[in-house]
Design a protein. Sequence first.
Length: 93
Amino acid sequence: MQVAWLNDQQPLLVMFLADGAGSVSQGGEGATLAVNEAMAYMSQKVQGGELGLNDILATDIVLTVRQRLFAEAEPRISSSRFCLHVSGIDFIG
């Protein structure tokens, strides 16, 4: 959970959750990585003044997290799976 300050000095509460259920052996590490990557992406958007709370932002966050998780998992395993549920939108890859 993080509170970011928008350009007009309004607070924005940001919360990302991950349970790590996609990987029994590395679930906790993957969940932490996913949340940290999503938080970093959101912070970058808020600081850059590019924040628009919409489906495009949600999709961009999911794709950024997915790319980071796959990059981390690739050297360790022969196949990766990814499933994420964001505000009624399911992403499976």
